[in-house]
Design a protein around this ligand. Structure first.
Ligand SMILES: NC(=O)c1ccc[n+]([C@@H]2O[C@H](COP(=O)([O-])OP(=O)(O)OC[C@H]3O[C@@H](n4cnc5c(N)ncnc54)[C@H](O)[C@@H]3O)[C@@H](O)[C@H]2O)c1
Length: 247
């Protein structure tokens, strides 16, 4: 589907799955405000994609970043029709060993950032009948050991998404969640460092491979931002090769 006339904020949009989303959205005609702390990757992306992309060097855990992303979309592109809350940083440790800083990192970059960006984007999305795509995780659904801070933040995002999907439906704003499994540089490094764990994860994927960020995950996000998904809200879409089936 094409995304001409769409103006979208992508958090963590400079690399990994977010970078793939930024590329696919631009290829399909959207204008994208990329918010990321990786200024080098952001500059490269701007050089690659040209004037359809604006990079905003910003930390999503800072409250003012959300408003400045929305202001950038309005000033440079004339409005906002979509929001992708993709950024999320976290550290893994057994529950008993998780420090306050680890909890704060996962909630400030995951749940709180998602909430702040949704609130900041609301006035524009209400005008455009906009679409929000938030991010969940199979590790949270499974309750994977060492992931308490990450899982709690991810499931808080899913709970928030369902409530707001109901509350903002009257304004034609849709809120959905994508739960991906994709071979990013980070996952590739992990697969080399922990090959047995990687093979065990792979064994749980019916389609037999980790997804490609650009061809397997980003098109699902593009679909949710497009008018083709106009009758879908409050859903979690598993982009994970069949590893999880939600009922
Ligand atoms: N990769 C997977 O298989 C997988 C599985 C389940 C869920 N997810 C979720 O998908 C999303 C993307 O995952 P990924 O693997 O591409 O992540 P990643 O860590 O590879 O990339 C995240 C991007 O966010 C940016 N970022 C990190 N902290 C930031 C901050 N404070 N402010 C702004 N930008 C920041 C990074 O610079 C990077 O560009 C995340 O929400 C993640 O939890 C990924």
């Amino acid at each position: 589907m094409q995304l001409e006339n769409k103006i979208v904020i992508v958090t963590g949009g400079a690399s990994g799955i977010g970078g793939a989303i930024s590329r696919v959205l631009v290829r399909r005609g959207a204008k994208v405000v990329v918010v990321d702390i990786n200024a080098d990757a952001g500059a490269l992306l701007e050089a690659e994609l040209g004037e359809q992309v604006i990079f905003l060097d910003g930390d999503v855990s800072r409250e003012e970043t959300a408003q400045s992303a929305v202001s950038t979309a309005i000033e440079r592109f004339g409005g906002l029709t979509g929001l992708v809350n993709n950024a999320h940083a976290s550290r893994q440790a057994p529950f008993l060993d998780l420090t306050k800083d680890m909890w704060d990192l996962s909630f400030s970059t995951g749940f709180t950032a998602t909430r702040n960006f949704m609130l900041a984007a609301h006035p524009q999305l209400a005008r455009s009948g906009g679409s929000i795509v938030n991010f969940g995780s199979g590790a949270a659904l499974d309750g994977q050991p060492t992931q308490a801070a990450y899982a709690a933040s991810k499931e808080a995002i899913r709970g928030l998404s369902r409530v707001v999907a109901n509350e903002w439906a009257t304004e034609e704003i849709r809120v959905n969640v994508v739960s991906p499994m994709a071979l990013t540089d980070g996952v590739e490094a992990w697969s080399e460092a922990a090959p047995e764990l990687y093979q065990r994860s792979l064994a749980n994927v019916p389609l037999g491979r980790f997804g490609d960020p650009e061809t397997d995950v980003a098109p699902i996000v593009a679909f949710l931002l497009s008018d083709d998904s106009a009758y879908m809200t409050g859903q979690t879409l598993m982009a994970d090769g069949g590893a999880h089936k939600l009922y």
